[in-house]
Design a protein around this ligand. Sequence first.
Ligand code: ADP
Ligand code: MG
Length: 257
Amino acid sequence: MSFLQVKNLSKSFGGNRAVHNVSFELKKGELLALIGPNGAGKSTCFNMLYGILSPDEGSVQLGGKELIGMKPRDIWRLGVGRTFQITAVYNSMSVIENVQMAFISHHHKAFSTFSRAARLYRDDAMRLLELISMADQADRAANILAYGDLKRLELAVALAHDPDLLLMDEPTAGMAPTERRALMKLAADIVADRGVSVLFTEHDMDVVFENAHRLLVLNRGELLAEGSVDEVRANAQVQEVYLGGGATFASGGSEHA
Ligand code: ADP
Ligand code: MG
């Protein structure tokens, strides 16, 4: 059963058709990758799904409920989480405090003193930190973390909201190749465990091929192809877009069945 239904989504900036007539569905527990060259319209799609941009046309339904017209905060309340391309954590707080804050806001708890906040959800936060192998860094200040650790913390903060749908626009941007693969594998394992549906973008094709259940290929705002990893890799139009034709759609040397 489809969980997210996107129909005929379009958005122009002036005369530039950033996203044109895009339709797709996402099933419960599915990891769907949205790929395409720079400027293809991926971030514009994400921003429309999250209520940051309003489309010129189209519909986005989550469990039958229309999201277009809703504010990001209300979409978030319906169980849609996101990780940011630009990392959004509280620099003045420690790692575990960042995750605790996410639990606190998820449960709409108000707190009057910091000492009370310091106890709230500490165990839940620690469990999440263990999941992302950052328990040993719980009490470090967020502003001294290595970039890759910051991205993992960002994932933990998104997971603290217990989302049913997670939107990740280039979650591994700026990371080294081995780190990217590890982060996406970690995210994929966690969401598989929790039955979370995921829509993500990613430049690194190894990361996409290793983790995506299905792929959407966007080019110049339009959906060019859709299918399994093998189907998309074998698609001549996709190869043309990525490699200007001729070569096969290789994935940096590693093969994954
Ligand atoms: P991607 O994320 O796939 O790289 P984007 O969705 O960011 O692509 O951009 C799609 C197209 O829309 C590009 O041509 C980009 O220049 C344009 N665009 C994106 N956001 C804006 C904006 N806020 N104002 C004007 N043009 C924009
Ligand atoms: Mg983008």
